[in-house]
Write a protein that binds this ligand. Structure first.
Ligand code: ATP
Ligand code: MG
Length: 333
């Protein structure tokens, strides 16, 4: 989707949209509307930002996000001055938090979602300098018509102090403590890097695998104490009916939420030129990353899978997904 007119980052005005706005979500920090662009007849989402915001200024910083285009991240079309909002791709099936709470998801679909999140995160981190998300959580993982995943709201979170608000205050105000790595709880934490997102990803992974909420019943202080002392959501809660690949997934997850951020793998670790096959989760993560859209298309294009050609470069996981499903295109492209 997205006509020519949405290729370039734009400044929109209230007038650019039809008058019937549909409220998609309402939170204390702002609202999301579904609107329609008059000129292109294209649906968009308007993410309204409240003034007391922890978000970046909607100036050049957000306009940089307009250049970020990839299959697994939502497109930002521009900003609107009235109401102050970000104009972005509308994702018809809402966010992953809602889906996880409302539907039982098949294992292969779960693995595919994890793969797609890795694809999106690897892309963001592979830009120079890496585009940090810092707010990765199921509510910021959106689903398209076909339940494919796109990462949303990346690059909006402001780490630097604003109006005397400390980073901790930001995090508490947002109720997103579950996704914050232990090093952020230090007295004077270092500025966040890519490993911050890797930690958040691990918690998201746990939520996808278990379809449960982490640290249920614990208040914020308790979560901080637990996480600081090295505790994590329980792996036992991953359902028993899991296929064999799930153990690989759990291994990746545990690497990604390690206490020492240096030990966490990077999304982009060895993304080029490395081959899977190692038993450890680290190389598996690399391999998941290696199954990039380009090479998947390459394989599909040459009919490699159908003809039983070599599947080198794919994790057991991806190969399993490709094999077990007839709708390969729908699954991975
Ligand atoms: P944060 O501000 O930290 O991202 P959040 O994700 O909970 O917090 P919003 O980003 O305002 O809040 O989004 C609220 C809800 O609106 C999302 O959970 C999702 O269900 C829906 N939503 C957000 N963006 C879109 C979009 N582009 N298309 C469709 N639905 C969206
Ligand atoms: Mg969001």
């Amino acid at each position: 989707s997205g006509g020519e007119g949405l290729e370039k980052f734009r400044l929109f005005r209230r007038d650019d949209f039809d008058s019937d706005w549909v409220k998609v979500a309402e939170r204390s920090f702002g609202r999301v509307y579904r609107v329609k662009l008059k000129l292109l007849r294209e649906r968009c989402a308007l993410k309204c930002l409240s003034t007391s915001s922890h978000y970046r200024d909607m100036t050049e910083e957000v306009s940089k996000l307009g250049k970020v285009k990839f299959n697994y991240v939502t497109s930002v079309y521009g900003v609107c001055d009235d109401p102050p909002s970000i104009v972005m791709e509308y994702m018809s099936k809402g966010s992953l938090d809602l889906l996880l709470a409302s539907h039982t998801i098949m294992w292969l679909k779960k693995f595919q979602m994890i793969h797609e999140v890795v694809m999106g995160m690897n892309f963001l981190h592979s830009t120079a300098p890496p585009l940090l998300h810092l707010n990765l959580k199921p509510a910021n993982i959106l689903l398209d018509d076909h339940l494919h995943v796109k990462i949303s709201d990346f690059g909006l979170f402001k780490w630097e102090d604003s109006a005397g608000m400390s980073v901790m205050e930001h995090l508490t105000a947002r109720g997103n403590i579950n996704y914050v790595p232990p090093e952020a709880f230090n007295q004077n934490p270092d500025p966040p890097g890519t490993k911050y997102d890797v930690y958040s990803f691990a918690v998201v992974m746990w939520e996808i695998l278990t379809q449960k909420k982490p640290y249920a019943g614990a208040n914020m202080t308790e979560v901080i104490i637990r996480v600081s002392s090295g505790k994590r959501p329980s792996v036992e809660r991953v359902p028993d009916d899991q296929p064999p690949e799930c153990q690989d997934m759990i291994a990746i997850m545990q690497l990604c939420w390690q206490q020492n951020r240096q030990h966490r793998p990077a999304f982009s670790d060895g993304a080029r030129g490395s081959s899977p096959g190692g038993e450890d989760g680290r190389s598996l993560l690399r391999a998941v990353v290696n199954g990039d859209a380009e090479s998947v298309r390459g394989v599909l294009g040459t009919g490699g899978l159908v003809n039983g050609q070599s599947q080198r470069g794919y994790t057991p996981l991806i190969v399993a997904v490709l094999h077990k499903h007839h709708h390969i295109c729908e699954l991975l492209v």
